[in-house]
Design a protein around this ligand. Structure first.
Ligand code: M6R
Length: 364
């Protein structure tokens, strides 16, 4: 049932190229992204003046990436809140609100409560979920399925990459409805997404190096992740994955926040994962790296191939091929998933069923 792997989590990470393919298939036409069967169309979009994204945990991180894409491609401002916050704060919602919820299981109690609340106030609810016929799918007006296939491990992996892929497709679709995104750019998004299965494969092929890193470092007590823009969200997801399955304390912060607090925690030998895949802030990341290096940090940088020269500034470099900056969250997170996995294995943790956690949080 684990397909010959030791854990469901490994099986599911290995399934990510296929999951991405299934998430994209049938959703990229000659003129860019489209979703057959979606009620949300040009006419409806004319009335939407507020978009809110609500989710929990990993799905929330996919939502953050989505917010970035919606604002970039559709030029719509988006409000985001964890479902557990949204449901208890009388959010401003009316019939011109589009609520986008993201949930792998489609059964998360807080997310479901947020849907009910927004529907009562007249919002249009669009769900992005992995489970056909789930409560969230049934109670939403529109559904986009991630098509990742069943996810058994508590730590979400293949669901996350497909959620990010669907957010990018949706942002591109809304951008076209809004006439903010031209055909050329819409096609560029689809072409970029079409390459992700192969890009994920490349990262999956580097596992030996990641296992070695984990074997050498599994006794650490803390791990820090920093990045800017899309990389910041990837860091948040990597940090969540690590704490869930390895029980190592970790924090992810926006690299520009370094001087506003986190730098106080950097000491000799502290490992800092610096995710630097975004070209427009690459130089800024370099400065942040120098700041933590000056305090003795061991820096592991993740960069696009075109910036391999960063090796002279850091202790270790993991590379993704050169690609469009908007696509990098998908292959990059796979490095962080594998890192969390191998650290958990080296610490002899129960990877698939971490203590205190359930796959689906159906009670508050
Ligand atoms: O099924 P959902 O996507 O609604 O679940 C949300 C979170 O409970 C979930 O993502 C959780 O954070 C995972 N264990 C992350 O790996």
């Amino acid at each position: 049932e684990k397909g010959g792997y030791d854990h469901f989590m490994m099986k599911e990470m290995m399934e990510q190229p296929k999951a991405m393919r299934d998430a994209i298939t049938g959703r990229c036409a000659e003129a860019g992204a489209f979703f057959s069967g979606l009620h949300l169309d040009e006419e409806m979009m004319k009335h939407i003046n507020r978009i809110q994204i609500v989710a929990c945990g990993t799905a929330f991180h996919a939502g953050m990436v989505g917010k970035y894409y919606f604002e970039k491609f559709a030029r719509i401002s988006v409000e985001m809140e964890p479902a557990s916050e949204y449901r208890y704060k009388n959010p401003i919602v009316d019939k011109n609100t589009l609520l986008i919820v993201i949930s792998q299981s489609g059964e998360t109690a807080d997310t479901l409560a947020a849907i009910r609340l927004a529907k009562d106030k007249g919002a249009w609810v669009l769900a992005i979920t992995n489970v056909v016929g789930s409560s969230i799918a049934r109670e939403s007006h529109d559904v986009i399925y991630t098509n990742a296939g069943p996810e058994i491990a508590v730590a979400s992996t293949k669901a996350y990459v497909t959620q990010v892929g669907c957010m990018l497709l949706l942002a591109s679709y809304l951008g076209q409805l809004n006439e903010k995104l031209g055909k050329k750019d819409a096609v560029r998004v689809c072409n970029g997404l079409a390459k992700t299965p192969e890009l994920i494969e490349m990262v999956l092929d580097t596992q030996e190096k990641i296992r070695k890193f984990a074997d050498a470092n599994h006794e650490i007590h803390d791990l820090f992740y920093m990045g800017r823009g899309l990389d910041y969200y990837t860091c948040l997801e990597g940090s969540l994955k690590l704490k869930e399955i390895s029980y190592i304390h970790s924090e992810a912060f926006a690299a520009g926040e370094l001087k506003h607090g986190p730098i106080a925690l950097i000491e000799d030998g502290t490992i800092v994962v610096a995710v630097c895949t975004q070209e427009h802030v690459f130089e800024k990341m370099l400065s942040n790296i120098k700041e933590v290096k000056a305090r003795g940090a061991y820096v592991l940088a993740i960069v696009q191939e075109s910036h391999e020269e960063i090796g002279s500034e850091v202790d270790e470099v993991w590379v993704i091929p050169k690609m469009d900056d908007d696509i990098t969250p998908i292959p990059t997170v796979v490095y962080l998933q594998l890192m969390a996995y191998y650290l958990a294995v080296a610490r002899e943790c129960d990877v698939d069923k971490p203590k205190n956690l359930a796959k689906s949080v159906t009670v508050e």
